[in-house]
Design a protein around this ligand. Structure first.
Ligand SMILES: [Zn+2]
Length: 283
């Protein structure tokens, strides 16, 4: 029983053939897919996705890229605007919502903007402002996760120095599409978090990630695609989809010197435990 813990099946690129995408996932032995919200609208869409073939779960969350936009609604309301709205989405179908996120910090975006602008000093002031807003948005969602007693799905890009906020103590969750080094992996594990492994573990340049897989405890690994992004090496440049989770399983099996069945079973157990899913889903 395989599971994709991080998909964005509500994307337009899946609209023409979503049925076939889900069919291929089912044929590849997937039992469940968690669709991940990145703002209010996609959190709603995630919750609304239905399938008779496979169990679909969802998260509710706001991506750090949206920080500037959501800070406006926060200032205008006394009730932490986006958090209240996320909670409203949650109450529509609490059974289906298994996590808060993806939330976190993403400083890559800042650098991309910075390089296009003329004035460095304005940029660094702007960057620190955006970082502050991202931190606030992240803190809001940490609080929401605590309130709803849900795990967090953390997005962290070029922001490892700032991501381990003291407020994370007492929460649990996953660092999704983990790409950092052994040092950060250890910190995440020490915090009680899981490492989300995506198809980028198949890329030749990512030997360091495969080495992390080798030593990291098997009971703290999760599998994800982040589709439509991050296709496996054999499909570079194409749309990714949940069926490709098998590629991640193969790499884990190789690095752990265990069978794919053993890895599949372990990852299923980890996933159902973290997200508190039924261990034996219907279908
Ligand atoms: Zn994602």
């Amino acid at each position: 029983m395989l599971i994709d813990t991080h998909a964005h099946l509500y994307y337009g690129s899946f609209q023409p053939d979503l049925d076939q995408v889900i069919r291929r996932a089912k044929d590849a032995n997937l039992k469940a897919i968690i669709n991940i919200g990145t703002d209010l609208e996609s959190s709603k869409k995630s919750i609304e996705l239905e399938s008779s073939q496979i169990q679909l779960y969802s998260s509710i969350g706001i991506h750090p890229h949206e920080a500037t936009q959501y800070s406006k609604s926060r200032q205008m309301s006394s009730d932490r605007g986006s958090n209240v709205q996320l909670e409203q989405i949650y109450t529509r179908d609490p059974e289906k919502v298994v996590a808060v996120g993806e939330c976190g910090l993403d400083y890559f975006f800042n650098d991309a903007i910075a390089s296009t602008s003329a004035s460095l000093s304005i940029n660094s002031a702007w960057q620190s402002q955006v970082k502050k807003l991202q931190r606030q948005l992240f803190l809001d969602q940490i609080n929401l996760a605590k309130k709803l007693n849900l795990p967090l799905i953390i997005h962290c890009r070029d922001s490892w120095a700032d991501i381990f906020l003291p407020e994370l103590q007492g929460t649990t969750g996953v660092f999704h599409s983990f790409t950092a080094t052994e040092t950060e992996a250890k910190k995440a594990l020490d915090l009680g978090y899981y490492l989300g492994l995506s198809c980028i573990v198949t890329y030749p340049k990512n030997e360091h990630l495969r080495q992390i897989i080798k030593w990291a405890p098997l009971n703290r690994l999760l599998t994800e695609t982040d589709c439509p992004f991050l296709p496996p090496q054999t499909q570079r440049g194409q749309r990714n989809e949940p069926a490709n989770i098998t590629e991640v399983i193969k790499v884990i099996a190789r690095m752990k010197s265990l069978s794919e069945d053993q890895i599949t079973q372990a990852v299923w157990q980890n996933t159902t435990q973290l997200f508190r899913l039924p261990t034996n889903p219907a279908s």
